[in-house]
Design a protein around this ligand. Sequence first.
Ligand code: 2PG
Ligand code: MG
Length: 425
Amino acid sequence: MAEITRIDLWQALDSRGTPTVAARVHIGSHAATAIAPSGASTGSHEALFLRDGKTSFDGLGVTDAIATFTKEVVPALIGITGNDFFELDRTLRSFDSTPTQSRYGGHIPVAITLATWLAYAKRAHVQPYEVIAQHVGAKSSLPLPMINIFSGGAHAGRAIDLQDILAIPTLASTFQEGLEWIWKIREEAKKILAKKGFDVSLVADEGGLTGKLSGDEEAIALVADAIENAKLTGKAHIALDIAASQLFDGKNYVVHESGAEVRLDSTSFVARWRGWITEYPIISVEDGAAEDDEEGWSEQSQLTSQVQVLGDDRYATQLNRLRLGIGKSEANSILIKPNQAGTLFAALSTLKEAKAHRWNTVVSARSGDTEESWLADLATGSGAGQIKVGSTHRSERTSKWNRLLELSHDRVTPFNTERALNRFI
Ligand code: 2PG
Ligand code: MG
């Protein structure tokens, strides 16, 4: 018997101290908990996070949403088999078929579907990643990490316009080695930032360094110098999350150069970062145009042979949106965030479709994340190839790195050696 026998829901806090939903799913005597993460730079196409808007936590509370969901939806989920992700998704969507789950939000369904997976793994006496590997039909492999070094945008009080400057240990031969390389790069970046007079003890939402530099390019140069100082030139490369939706006013992109505001049209905006990829060792660019800026995305399509052109807000882990992107050949990779999709099944369906079209997949945490480590199992079991979790600092980030180190120690899954990303080196 592997059916869901009970579901408990309660309000918890994420890493930003914001209320979120915790779900505990029971399969007979086995139970597991999962907490929904939440973003700061959320896209308009992703599953919604509905908050109560009352006095509790200044409107951010979710207890009313939990009470309604428990009464109206939970009874229909009891009795569903724990590894029948499809049936769980189908039943949840029979209560709310809107693309962004606008009736109940995606936060409760995602927490329940994740907890069901984890409870089922316990019931089946297997590791969580093994359940995912079986569902996806993938060969498990430890993902190549993409790790935040310097933060700006919505994750760091808009210190710079770019949201994330990350490093990838492209030539590392083990996960441990890769993690240590990035740690070294972050230490070198810290030294440079300290010399510039910034307080390096403060960290941004995802544990990265930050500071009000003169502009984006100074921050990119800082990370490039850190790679060089760590003696990792050619072995580690830079990834950017431009999070361009945050900079777009519907017509122009508003960025800052030495304190002055500059307005750029789509072509000039993409040309701006295209210049950076020729100058610096950048091999991956996420959300290089705003989510609905068709012109910007078509500009980027010309760069798919040069860098990993990665879509986050643009696809919002939604299958139909990914299909549109594949049809236009406007990118070559997608970020997979379970809470954007609203259920585990939906996230895995999007991941499978991307892989079937040979797009790279990067499983990603949110800026408001939790102490849980299931994301590491999700990335490993699905053979996603890459993972993005934030920096090497803060427990909600290290919980994922530490789980990957555990899997690495157990030597049951190899480190991703396919490295579809390496063609951009
Ligand atoms: C992103 C994520 C994670 P957020 O944009 O990729 O870095 O940020 O969760 O705020 O959307
Ligand atoms: Mg992003």
